[in-house]
Design a protein around this ligand. Structure first.
Ligand code: SF4
Length: 348
């Protein structure tokens, strides 16, 4: 028999979504910059929100497609409780359509039969599971968390009461009002900056949302959320030196030169079959970022002697050693370098 509490929860959460307006029988979803106008019986672009009888419902609240315990470093989050585990949850749908999506089997699903493959988990169960498995953080990941908005909000409120942290692993494509409302309840915002031109965003993701993404990252940072950035480098698509330099300038001027920036290698997936990114290319970008004054640059999806450990920006001492996206050693003492006393912005 299904848990009566769960049935009650689902009945309640399958109510109206947040951030929408009624337009007669149509609805206007204001959660993300698609601002979908949705007719009765239809879903928005993301596939996770549906107009039923002139009201907008979240179809995926209270339901997940995958759950796993991962090292927080796999998100990747390198300056947020290093060496701990994250209870990682994924759902269905996405508000982008990236050509190289590695999780396209869940992110690009739109049919109702896929939704029925999701299994139920209440916010209370998520928090209990995270605690039971010894996870410090709940990470909303695998697909885009924005479209799970109501579920995330409710779970985050409960998680905070129990001392569990929450992290959004996000593409940053969310409207300002919705993000502003959510941020006080979220601890970490790991956001993709996929490239640094609208043309590139349109070509890769289907939509020219660069400005919105940058504004989301800036808002999260200035509201005090822990922010880390990821850029997946695709040869000849987003590796133009001028664009990389503009991105570095933006990080320094609009965020902070100490923000962790993860530069990762692309490999062919889904609908994109370009050559893989070489280690040499990533190392070249690493050196450019370092010489431009960024303090914490990391490389992902490659074997390199650069960009996996955390180095003291003041004296060059290795502070945190990592291997294969897990922490091996942490020499920080009360958040500071044991040799020179430099204080890192690191949640421990
Ligand atoms: S969240 Fe979904 S339904 Fe709402 S505007 Fe974005 S894509 Fe459209």
């Amino acid at each position: 028999m299904p848990d009566p509490q769960l049935i009650l929860y689902l009945r309640n959460t399958l109510t109206e979504a947040l951030f929408y307006e009624k337009k007669g029988q149509e609805v206007l979803c204001r959660l993300c910059p698609h601002n979908c106008t949705i007719s009765p019986g239809k879903k928005g672009f993301c596939g996770a929100r549906k107009n039923r009888g002139g009201k907008l419902y979240s179809l995926t609240s209270g339901r997940i497609i995958s759950a796993a315990c991962d090292p927080i470093e796999k998100k990747p989050l390198f300056h947020f409780h290093p060496g701990t585990q994250a209870y990682s949850l994924g759902g269905l749908g996405c508000n982008l359509a990236c050509k190289h999506c590695q999780n396209h089997e869940i992110s690009q699903k739109r049919d109702d039969s896929s939704l029925s493959q999701m299994y139920e988990m209440t916010p209370e169960q998520i928090v209990v599971n995270a605690m039971g498995k010894g996870c410090k953080t709940i990470a909303w990941t695998y697909n885009e968390p924005t479209i799970w908005y109501e579920y995330i909000l409710e779970t985050s409120l409960l998680a905070r009461e129990k001392g569990i942290k929450t992290a959004l692993i996000t593409n940053g494509v969310i409207n300002k009002e919705a993000l502003e409302y959510l941020l006080p309840h979220i601890d970490a915002y790991r956001v993709d900056i996929k490239g640094f031109s609208n043309e590139f965003y349109k070509k890769l993701t289907g939509f020219p949302f660069l400005k919105r993404v940058l504004e989301s990252a800036e808002l999260a940072f200035h509201k005090g959320c822990h922010v880390e950035l990821v850029t997946n480098i695709i040869p000849h698509w987003n590796d133009d030196k001028t664009h990389i330099e503009r991105m570095i300038d933006w990080i320094k001027s609009r965020l902070n030169d100490g923000i962790p920036w993860h530069i990762t290698a692309y490999h062919p997936a889904y609908n994109l079959h370009e050559e893989r990114t070489s280690t040499e290319l990533l190392e070249k970008i690493y050196m450019l970022a370092k010489e431009s004054g960024l303090k914490h640059i990391y490389l992902g999806n490659v074997y390199s002697s650069l960009g996996s450990d955390t180095i003291c920006p003041a004296c060059g001492k290795k502070l945190i050693q990592r291997c294969a996206m897990s922490m091996e050693e942490n020499l920080l003492q009360n958040g500071s370098c044991p040799d020179c006393g430099y204080r890192l912005k690191m949640f421990q």
